[in-house]
Design a binder for this molecule. Structure first.
Ligand code: ADP
Ligand code: F6P
Length: 320
């Protein structure tokens, strides 16, 4: 039976990661395991950056965004020789199993480590909500609330000037934050990879009509990596009767205090990961599906198609 379990955070940080670490550590210690944190993601494995922790470790960080055990990206981890160094370091320390909190890239690393003899469980830590094996990822709910608050603030100032606010929202290649925020803020337009801006002239017409009808502001949400929001700002200023201002939210949406549900679900997932490792299960990732904890083989999980939430675009037509 596994005795020593490590835990690390990898890739982009996300609010709720600390609650996940706390959930794993408290559960592990209650099951009589020795719990270790690995600082700096996969980098910490090859740099021997391990620390044995007690049950109180970072328990005051439940309400803090980011990750207290740090994170990093290590592209070389795709190379087997680099992963072998990590396996050797873990074995030297006697750590037999690992919890990896991160996105799909981190999941690949976790699966490959499992194939090299270290049982790993992946947890979906990313604000992007781009892990299809879980209804929601750790960080998504908090980031969504941050994005919605930012849009509300921008709406206030745009309304005061009768302006158009263009807001670029992070999410890598997954537009969930953009489309969910569109619904939550009555945004006038939402453009994503699944619902792109294909006809600028039609947009200008809709904007001028909205102005004539007395709409005091006009909010356009744009998922990152879709178009240049500064260019769109220029085009709108040149072709419509409304002044536009573009804002790129950027990393502001990745930090901040995790919401209550974020903390609860993150803690649950951390605890469940330890239970799986205790049963000798590895090479899988944990998710929450219909409010139940579930686990899926990592390769199967990575093959699942993303939910495009096309029904949200229909609903959005009603609110805008
Ligand atoms: P995320 O986990 O958020 O998707 P990345 O794609 O940056 O973020 O991946 C995080 C880390 O996972 C990478 O820096 C690398 O160390 C590791 N990783 C990514 N892809 C692979 C892979 N194919 N094999 C092994 N490790 C990988
Ligand atoms: O995956 C989380 C995320 O914040 C994406 O939304 C974004 O595209 C990317 O990470 C930004 O990465 P970095 O922190 O390296 O700029």
């Amino acid at each position: 039976m596994v005795k020593k379990i490590g835990i690390l955070t990898s890739g982009g940080d996300a609010p709720g990661m600390n609650a996940t670490v706390i959930g794993a550590i408290k559960t592990g210690i209650s099951l009589n395991k020795d719990m270790y944190v690995v600082y700096d993601g996969y980098k910490g494995l090859i740099n021997n950056n391990f620390k044995k922790v007690d049950k109180n470790f970072i328990e005051d960080k439940m309400n803090v965004g980011g990750t207290a055990i740090k994170t990093a990206r290590l592209p070389e981890f795709k190379e087997e020789s680099v992963r072998q160094k990590a396996v050797d370091a873990l074995k030297k320390e006697g750590i037999e199993a690992l919890i990896v909190i991160g996105g799909d890239g981190s999941y690949m690393g976790a699966k490959k480590l499992t194939e090299m003899g270290i049982n790993c469980v992946g947890l979906p830590g990313t604000i992007d909500n781009d892990i299809a094996s879980s209804d929601f990822t750790i960080g998504f709910d908090t980031a969504l609330n941050t994005v919605v608050n930012a849009i509300d603030n921008i709406r206030d100032t745009m309304t005061s000037h009768n302006r158009c606010g263009i807001i670029e929202i992070m999410g890598n290649r997954c537009p969930d934050l953009t489309i969910f925020a569109g619904l939550a803020t009555n945004a006038e337009e939402v453009f994503t990879c699944d619902h792109p801006l294909t006809d600028k002239e039609a947009l200008y017409k809709r904007m001028n009509k909205a102005l004539e009808e007395g709409k005091e502001s006009f909010i356009i949400l744009v998922a990152e990596k879709l178009l240049d929001v500064k260019e769109l700002e220029k085009d709108i200023n040149a072709n419509t009767n409304r002044e536009a201002r573009a804002t790129v939210l950027g990393h502001i949406q990745r930090g901040g205090k995790p919401t209550a549900m974020e903390r609860v679900n993150s803690f649950r997932m951390g605890a469940y990961a330890v239970e799986l490792l205790d049963q000798g299960i590895g090479g899988v990732c944990v998710g929450i599906h219909e409010n139940k904890l579930v686990y899926t083989d990592i390769y199967d999980a990575l093959k699942l198609e993303r939910n495009k939430h096309m029904d949200f675009y229909k609903l959005h037509d009603l609110v805008k």
